[in-house]
Design a protein around this ligand. Structure first.
Ligand SMILES: Nc1ncnc2c1ncn2[C@@H]1O[C@H](COP(=O)(O)OP(=O)(O)O)[C@@H](O)[C@H]1O
Ligand SMILES: [Mg+2]
Length: 326
């Protein structure tokens, strides 16, 4: 019988393990693996450094020989790195999680490897200083034009992604978020891009392809799940209300079979960043050109079960079992 841990953030999930952790535990049980869900803060002992070697007693068997692998469903990269250094096999590893958690780092790492929209990173400042001049925002706007997209470098669910339509709202947005590292990106209008996904939607639909009024499309994108360098599953997300196609912002996911080019873009990014599993966001512009927007190391997958009947937790687990076979 194998033993494993899944680490999740204890502060974000004070009430107990999130649904994703539960689905990994259930998938593990099916494969005869005893997996325990643990909060990052319950491993706080591991964060002691430069101290005499200590024993890690129950309830957590913090010993690599008694734990076959760890699924790291969190962004606590220091903890992740220390667990790796202790000899645990950790999925995803710390560095890929760190790169994905920062959209600017992702863009730097993928330069020359994957097409992303034109992107300008705001120069770094300090929390207690903010921005004492805003010339960099004008420089970005000169090249990107309006509307443009402002993103907090660390953000998710579309919550820290803003569209600005003129100079005044650009400067106001920058000032309002001067405590958060930012980047600026060319706005890719996807309101007419559903047509590029029609074949893949048809191919994925078991009975009849989804019906929608294309005139109402405000935005759409692809979320491609990559596991072990290969595309595992994909959805088109279509919004009738927002330029952000996140499900958390009200979009509808639809089962989709990506083109070879789309799969290759997602897989190239996953491999370049060293991810064992990830969700990649891709858009198509009005000419059909595909751009990668971001890579998510802890990408939600429960929607894939609803749209496809596929269990991503089980797929990730099978991949990890293959990699950790002794
Ligand atoms: N440059 C862009 N042009 C057009 N739409 C964008 C752009 N960047 C992001 N979006 C939209 O906003 C959504 C959220 O952006 P994303 O970079 O994936 O951040 P998050 O981590 O919040 O999901 C995307 O899924 C996409 O629909
Ligand atoms: Mg996203």
């Amino acid at each position: 019988m194998k033993n494993a841990l899944i680490v999740y953030n204890g502060f974000l999930n004070a009430a107990g393990p999130p649904a994703h952790a539960e689905s990994f535990v259930a998938a593990a049980k099916k494969s005869g693996i005893s997996m325990k869900a643990v909060k990052n803060d319950s491993l706080a002992r591991a964060l002691f450094m430069y101290a005499p070697a200590r024993q890690y007693h129950d309830p957590l068997p913090l010993c690599p020989s008694s734990c076959d692998f760890i699924i790291f469903w969190d962004k606590d990269v220091i903890l992740c790195r220390i667990l790796q250094d202790m000899g645990f096999k950790v999925f995803n590893a710390a560095r890929p999680i760190e790169i994905c958690d920062d959209k600017a780092l992702t863009a730097v790492e993928l330069r020359g490897k994957a097409d992303m929209p034109e992107t300008a990173v705001a120069p770094a400042t300090f929390d207690n200083i903010g921005y004492t001049s805003l010339g960099f925002a004008d420089i970005a706007a000169e090249s990107l034009g309006f509307p443009l997209v402002v993103k907090e470098r660390k953000g998710s669910l579309g919550q820290q992604v803003y569209i600005v339509r003129d100079r005044e709202s650009l400067l106001n947005t920058v000032i309002a978020h001067d405590r958060a590292p930012l980047l600026f990106q060319k706005f890719i209008d996807t309101s007419n891009s559903m047509r590029f996904f029609e074949d893949g939607l048809r191919a994925a639909a078991e009975a009849s392809p989804p019906v929608f009024d294309d005139k109402k499309t405000v935005s759409c994108d692809l979320r491609i799940y990559v596991i072990g360098k290969k595309t595992a599953s994909a959805v088109v997300r279509r919004s009738v209300s927002d330029f952000r196609a996140n499900i958390a912002q009200g979009s509808t996911p639809m089962a989709y079979i990506p083109t070879e080019e789309e799969s290759l873009l997602a897989e190239t990014a996953a491999v370049a960043l060293g991810l064992d599993f990830c969700g990649v966001d891709i858009v198509a512009d009005a000419s059909g050109k595909r751009y990668l927007l971001e890579v998510n190391s802890n990408a939600g997958f429960l929607g894939f079960y609803r749209t496809h009947g596929v269990n991503i937790a089980e797929m990730i687990l099978q991949y990890i079992i293959g990699k950790t076979r002794r």
